[in-house]
Design a protein around this ligand. Structure first.
Ligand code: ADE
Length: 224
């Protein structure tokens, strides 16, 4: 999979890709991630990429021309399955969306900033708009990092244990059951006996019951 991220702040985005699972995925060539600075595509002085909005009002708007140049350069080089815009008014991200995006070959992610992008960018290029939650971030960069993390961990070979993405919360519409590690007793707090029993049928049944109970208690909306 190849992910091209278009942003005015590549430095804000890079560190999540430089550690742990995402770094390993990139190092193993399971995913290619490229950052494109919108400022590299402007002819204006001071590398200007934004301007006041027509009609007045507070906040700057990212201009269409540099974004058009960047997206056009990329789409001339290869076909993209989706051109995604990160925005608080997009569809709220969930596991199902991440699962389906993880099956694609090439995607572009455009990060908004300030008041967002000129609407004509959205009308002309964008195939999907995604929000990571009902709150406003200073820009789409942190949202893009979240989106990429959810996608990349699903790619074959990225997680050591192939089943571990499948047992994540939300993969079966339920929250994950509780997990424990050594010691089996700490200051009088014991790990449930069933997990130490070696009876995998019983353990699986316990986990299923716990997942249901947890979901009912914490996120009953998921059961609807
Ligand atoms: N940009 C600003 N707020 C955002 C959000 N909640 N999700 C995605 N992109 C954003």
């Amino acid at each position: 999979m190849r992910i091209d991220i278009i942003t005015v702040l590549p430095e804000l985005l890079k560190s999540p890709f430089d550690a742990s699972i995402l770094k390993r995925a990139i190092d193993k060539n399971l995913v290619e991630v490229y950052f494109h600075n919108i400022r590299d595509y402007t002819d204006k002085s001071y590398n200007q990429v934004d301007d006041y909005q027509f009609g007045g009002g507070a906040g700057m708007v990212l201009m269409i021309e540099p974004i058009d140049k960047c997206i056009t350069k990329l789409t001339e080089q290869r076909d993209y399955d989706e051109i995604i815009y990160m925005t608080p008014d997009g569809k709220r991200l969930n596991q199902k969306i991440s699962n389906s995006l993880s099956l694609l070959k090439n995607i572009i992610i455009l990060c908004g900033h300030y008041k967002g992008v000129d609407q004509r960018v959205r009308d002309k290029f964008i195939t999907r708009e995604i929000s990571i939650g009902d709150y406003v971030l200073s820009g789409g960069e942190l949202g893009a990092a979240v989106l990429c993390d959810t996608i990349i961990r699903l790619l074959p070979g990225v997680l050591n244990d192939e089943t571990s993405a499948l047992t994540d919360s939300f993969q079966d519409g339920l929250l994950a059951p509780p997990v424990y590690t050594r010691p089996s007793e700490y200051k009088g707090m014991k790990v449930p006996d069933v997990l130490l029993s070696g009876n995998f049928g019983k353990i699986e049944q316990w986990r299923e019951e716990q997942a249901h109970a947890r979901t009912e208690a914490l996120r009953p909306d998921l059961l609807d």
